[in-house]
Design a protein. Sequence first.
Length: 307
Amino acid sequence: MGTYVIRRLLQMVLVLLGATLVLFVSLFVLPGDPIGSIGGERARDPAVRAELARRYNLDKPVLVQYGTYLRNLLRGDLGESYRLRRPVNDIVRDKIGNTAKLAVAAIAFEVVIGIAAGIVSAVLRYSFWDVLVTVSVTLVVGVPVFVTGLLLQQVFALQLGWLPLSGMGSWQHYVLPALTLAAVSTAYVSRLMRGTMIEVLRADYIRTARAKGLREGSIVFKHALRNSVIPVVTFIGIDFGTILGGALVTETIFNWDGIGSALVTAIGAQDNPVILGVVTYAVAVFVLVNLVVDLLYGFLDPRIRLS
């Protein structure tokens, strides 16, 4: 187990290096004027441009800038925002809590609704409920996230008045953005749960359990569910890393003050340090969550041994 964890951590370092290098080079190659974004009207003065370029290390070749960025990253320094003149660490720290809360709420909907719908669809296969779940999943997957968010706002906030339209505050503010964020993933979870549950219910040990006279509820929830949920845990783990990395569209629609909205603002302002910092953080979270999911395999299925 220890060897496996060390190997995965080394892989994580390589993934981080690759992701930051690709993004760094992309930001350097793409058209734009970060010095103009930093200095505004003052940047028209060549002397001011030269001073800003020197201060933010923009007068060096891109590989030299990247080397400086890596050295700072090893010290835990993500740089300073061009626009806000604040350390990127502070910006991420201020925003990540809000995104994490929204991500947890979205995953809760994804787990409860997705797994429950998948179980019902598998146990009552070809019934009205199975068809209802299948049709609902197809519709949800086919609708873009921003359309789902706008529809939820229109129905539950504007017409019915049950929930807030946008913003942050009480638990009611979490419902619509969390449902929007979890909608497509919930559909995938239900389909994945249905497929794996059907396969497990066909297994020999399930037939043996039925032959012994065990109740169907005990067979489904005690014997079949544990083996069926393993691939679902994998998907949910990966999805959690993706959500926590920044839900750009959802946070923008619902005016949610998280790292997704911070990234959108940084892209519009060509605030490269914030873009690099948020993406680096998102990649690190994604890889760590995948490692945790892999370690959960051994707990969920003792037949799996990590080495």
